[in-house]
Design a protein around this ligand. Structure first.
Ligand code: SAH
Length: 248
């Protein structure tokens, strides 16, 4: 079981697999006023940076599930590196129906809401692990400006412009699902550049190390087209943020 190989190549050197910088992740951790000992569940935990740094900085206990064998392995190494391996557990697996035995104070899905079939389904899934009064965290893109054509939406790697909402509508949609938005931290362009541009050097180095690999053609095509695609579309049209929700 694993994710498509292209992500394990392009994001192999990422610690954070979304447009948040380490500073934004720290801002979010502080904004949530986490109490030591809070249990935090993270579906699609990537390389574990959120749980590991929050365990170090706020004394939380974490459980992360991720379908990438590479990322889940990197998360375990990061926990050891930060001295929090006794506080955070990383499981390699499909999070699509993962529910914790003991309820958690914070249940998160940061940039992986397809896991629950979209934002609403993911909130429903996370709610099954959440103690009463707990916080759900959703990391999700939104349109900075509505794409004028469907080609522009596709240029942002969306299937259609209806994949995402504008920020006011996204915030209102959480209300429609019965949740208060109690905090939010938004990514900025600098963070988008860190997330996207870091893939380019990783791809270039991978191509140099693996010229004969079956995948080299695809990675080469990606490296050639990505900088322009990103600057034309994603960088101009897409925002991203993490939204903290509490049931009304
Ligand atoms: N939350 C992390 C990772 C976001 S990238 C961060 O912010 O850094 C999306 C992640 O979802 C990837 O790590 C990918 O491996 C994982 N993923 C994709 N499908 C999944 C599934 N069905 N179950 C668990 N993890 C999944």
């Amino acid at each position: 079981m694993d994710i498509p190989r292209i992500f394990n190549i392009t994001e192999s050197a990422h610690r954070i697999h979304n447009p948040f910088t380490p500073e934004k992740l720290a801002t979010l951790g502080a904004a949530l006023r986490l109490e030591p000992g809070t249990r935090v569940l993270d579906l699609g935990s990537g390389s574990g940076e959120m749980l590991c740094t929050w365990a170090r900085d706020h004394g939380i206990n974490g459980i992360g599930i991720d379908m990438s064998r590479l990322f889940a392995g990197q998360a375990k190494l990061r926990a050891e590196e930060l001295g929090v391996a006794d506080r955070v557990e990383f499981i390699h697996g499909d999070a699509a129906s993962y529910v914790t035995g003991e309820k958690v104070g914070v249940a998160a899905c940061i940039g992986a809401t397809w896991i629950g079939g979209g934002v609403a389904g993911t909130i429903e899934l996370l709610a099954k692990s959440l103690r009463p009064g707990g916080i759900i965290l959703i990391g999700e893109p939104y349109w900075l400006r509505l794409p004028p054509t469907e080609d522009v939406a596709k240029g942002c790697l969306a299937n259609s412009s209806s994949d995402f909402l504008m920020l006011p509508q996204l915030l209102a949609s959480f209300g429609d699902l019965g949740y208060d938005v109690v905090e939010m931290v938004l990514a900025d362009r600098e963070g988008w550049d860190r997330y996207e541009a870091a893939k380019w050097l990783t791809m270039r180095r991978w191509l140099e190390a693996n010229p004969e690999d079956d995948f080299a053609k695809e990675v080469r095509a990606n490296l050639t087209s990505e900088p322009k695609r990103y600057a034309t579309y994603t960088r101009e049209y897409l925002g991203w943020g993490v939204f903290a929700l509490m049931a009304r």
